[in-house]
Write a protein that binds this ligand. Structure first.
Ligand code: PMP
Length: 291
C-alpha cells in the first residue's frame, strides 16, 4: 500500500488507505464485479476510451448495470489524476455488484459500487525488465469461455493467480497459460507475442484470452511499420522454435521474454522486438505528450 495513492469513491477523492467498502460487498464475497487497469502518462490516460468500452462490455456480460456512464467515469478519472502527486501512474477502476445479503444471488445487491485508485506503477517485479523475463508454463489451464469467458475482465482472477503461484514456485517471473486444447493462451496478466523470421504472431481471442488493449496497439504499430502480424493459434513447439517472444499489458507495456522453462531465446541478428518497443513508446508520446 502506497501512502500517496488516491481513491475516487462516491464522488469523493481521498487517500486510498482511507477508502472503505462494505464487508457485504459481493465484489469481495464472490468476486462479483469487473475492473480495468489503465495507465496515464503526462496526466493523460492512454487509450481511455478503449478501456471504458471494455469495462462496459465486461459489465454487460455479467448483467451489471454501470451506475455512471463513460463521460462521468472520464470526469472522475480526470479529477483523480489532477490531484495525484505524479504525472505518470496507474489507475484501477473497479465496479462491484455492491453490498447485498450473504447469499450469492446478485438480486440482493441494489447499488453497484464504483471506485478508482490512482497509484504509482508496479511493473512486474524484476530487476531490469529490458533484460527480459522468465516464463513458467503453468499446469493449470486458462478457463474456457464456456465456464467463464476470459474476455470478461472480472474480479475473479483465481485461475490466473493459481498459475502465478506455480510460476513463483518455479522461480519464474510470470506464468504462461495454455487453454484446454493445449494452445497458448496468455500470461497471468498479459498477452504474448512471438516473432519468427521477423514476423509477429499472437494467439487469437478464441484461444481463451483477454483481448488486451496493449495487444491491439502492438498489432496496430506493427502493421503500420509493414511488419507482418497474424493472430494464429500457437502451440508450445512454435514458441520454442521462435526467435523472439514478448509480453504486452498495461502495466508491463512490452517486456521481452528471455526464457521459457529451460529454453533460452537467442538474440536473432535482426530482432523486431526493439523496433516494436520504440514504435509503441512513440505512440504513447504521440497520444499522451503534454502540450
Ligand atoms: N490478459 C490478462 C489476463 C490481463 O489481466 C491483462 C491486463 N489487463 C492483459 C491480458 C493485458 O491487457 P491490457 O493490455 O488491456 O492491459
Amino acid at each position: 500500500m502506497n501512502k500517496s495513492a488516491l481513491c475516487w469513491i462516491d464522488g469523493e477523492i481521498m487517500p486510498a488507505v482511507d477508502a472503505r467498502i462494505s464487508v457485504f460487498d459481493h465484489g469481495l464475497l464472490y468476486g462479483d464485479g469487473v475492473f480495468e487497469g489503465l495507465r496515464f502518462y503526462h496526466r493523460r490516460v492512454f487509450r481511455e476510451q478503449a478501456h471504458l468500452q471494455r469495462l462496459q462490455q465486461s459489465a454487460a456480460a455479467i448483467g451489471l448495470e454501470l451506475p455512471c456512464d463513460a463521460p462521468e467515469l472520464s470526469a472522475a478519472i480526470a479529477a483523480l489524476i489532477e490531484g495525484f502527486e505524479h504525472a505518470d501512474g496507474y489507475l484501477r477502476l473497479v465496479v462491484t455488484r455492491g453490498p447485498g445479503s450473504l447469499g450469492i444471488d446478485p438480486r440482493s445487491c441494489t447499488k453497484p459500487v464504483v471506485f478508482i485508485i490512482a497509484d504509482e506503477l508496479r511493473v512486474m517485479d524484476v530487476s531490469d525488465p529490458r533484460q527480459g523475463v522468465s516464463l513458467h508454463v503453468a499446469s493449470v489451464r486458462r478457463m474456457p469461455a464456456s465456464c467463464l469467458d476470459p474476455r470478461i475482465k472480472s474480479l475473479n482472477y483465481l485461475n490466473n493467480i493459481l498459475a502465478r503461484i506455480e510460476a513463483n514456485r518455479a522461480g519464474a517471473d510470470e506464468a504462461l497459460m495454455l487453454n484446454l486444447d493445449g494452445n497458448i493462451s496468455e500470461g497471468s496478466v498479459d498477452n504474448l507475442f512471438i516473432a519468427s523470421a521477423g514476423r509477429l504472431m499472437t494467439p487469437p481471442p478464441s484461444d481463451g484470452l483477454l483481448a488486451g488493449i496493449t495487444r491491439d496497439v502492438v498489432i496496430e504499430v506493427a502493421r503500420e511499420r509493414g511488419i507482418d502480424c497474424s493472430e494464429v493459434s500457437l502451440r508450445l513447439d512454435a514458441l520454442y522454435a521462435a526467435d523472439e517472444c514478448f509480453l504486452t499489458g498495461t502495466g508491463a507495456e512490452l517486456i521481452p521474454v528471455r526464457r521459457v522453462g529451460e529454453h533460452e531465446f537467442r538474440a536473432p541478428r535482426n530482432p523486431v522486438t526493439p523496433d516494436i518497443m520504440r514504435a509503441f513508446r512513440e505512440r504513447i508520446d504521440l497520444e499522451c505528450a503534454s502540450g
